[in-house]
Design a protein around this ligand. Structure first.
Ligand SMILES: C[S@@+](CC[C@H](N)C(=O)[O-])C[C@H]1O[C@@H](n2cnc3c(N)ncnc32)[C@H](O)[C@@H]1O
Length: 287
């Protein structure tokens, strides 16, 4: 269990979510598939896509851990909040056989994800749904588990969010969430970077997170502090991206490369500053 700072700054961003550059230049996935020798329009496997379609840290290893923590198997229904390009949803469904409802706010990402899922032949066990988690688009009392990677920090009202997630779960359903938090007060430069380059809308402390989940009816709440691990992962990610800049320029062109490098750099600055951290949460809805 991590040490809790008790600080709960709320950062309200005036910028749209596309201020986070990871959400533009989606053709980078197709560029990478072509570079890897895949047919740019033909059938794909989850393994073809996994290096490029997971928009969180440690890729499919993190998703495999969720499968293990939640004991997911055929017959389970899982919802993912903030499913991005669909990487975690496809890996979850293909690996465990569970059915995944992949909820994504941005229509361009959702549409792109849906196309990739079809090309992987997974449409029977993955439903893509475009909408805002705060509007309650998930069916009530329907899911054995709700998972989420690096999406909740985009969502301004965690009280409502966790209430909606609790509504969607069956009694004794579980959550697995990886998310950003604050470990100390952000400087004004950090708040600006967080609000724009990462489109951060909330930065609760781990303590604040725990309290919100308790109030939403969750028990057996376990919070693991991943801050140091993510700081080192994202630092290395930036260094590797820079060291392979020539290769990336050849494949993607300068607009994409500059955008992604700017994003990786902002994330690195925030983790290295020590005030932004990260957690993994596993908890159970009270029966
Ligand atoms: C960093 S990405 C992670 C995507 C995916 N979980 C993954 O790990 O590959 C976070 C995603 O959450 C989505 N998101 C943000 N706010 C949302 C909301 N209110 N409802 C649904 N999705 C949301 C974003 O559009 C984005 O695609």
């Amino acid at each position: 269990m991590m040490q809790r700072s008790g600080l709960e700054p709320t950062i309200v961003s005036e910028h749209g979510i596309k201020s986070m550059k990871l959400y533009s230049h989606l053709d980078r996935v197709t560029n990478e598939l072509i570079a890897a020798g895949c047919d740019p329009n033909g059938p794909l496997t989850v393994a073809d896509l996994s290096p490029f379609d997971n928009l969180h840290y440690h890729g499919t290893d993190a998703v495999q851990l969720a499968i293990h923590e939640l004991d997911l198997a055929v017959g389970h229904r899982v919802a993912e909040v903030g499913s991005g390009l669909g990487g975690p949803a496809r890996f979850l469904a293909a690996q465990s056989g569970c059915h995944v409802t992949a909820l994504e706010l941005q229509s361009d990402l959702n549409e792109f994800a849906e196309g990739l899922t079809a090309r992987c032949g997974l449409t029977e066990i993955i439903s893509h749904l475009c909408g805002d988690a705060l509007d309650g688009p998930l069916e009530n009392n329907a899911f054995d588990a709700v998972v989420s990677w690096l999406a909740c920090y985009h969502i301004p009202d965690h009280t409502s969010l966790f209430a909606k997630i609790a509504d969607a779960l069956k009694p004794s359903g579980m959550i697995y969430i990886e998310d950003l938090i604050s470990r100390g007060p952000f400087t004004s430069a950090e708040s600006e970077l967080y609000g724009t380059r990462l489109y951060g809308q909330t930065a609760p402390s781990a303590d604040g997170y725990f309290g919100e989940l308790e109030r939403a009816g969750f028990t057996n709440i376990r919070i693991d502090d991943l801050s140091d691990d993510w700081a080192s992962f994202t630092n290395q990610r930036l260094a590797e991206y820079r060291s392979e800049r020539e290769r990336h320029l050849r494949i993607h062109g300068p607009d994409t490369v500059d955008a992604i490098e700017e994003f990786y750099d902002a994330v690195d600055q925030l983790f290295q500053g020590g005030n932004m951290g990260g957690i993994r949460v596993v908890a159970t809805l009270a029966a």
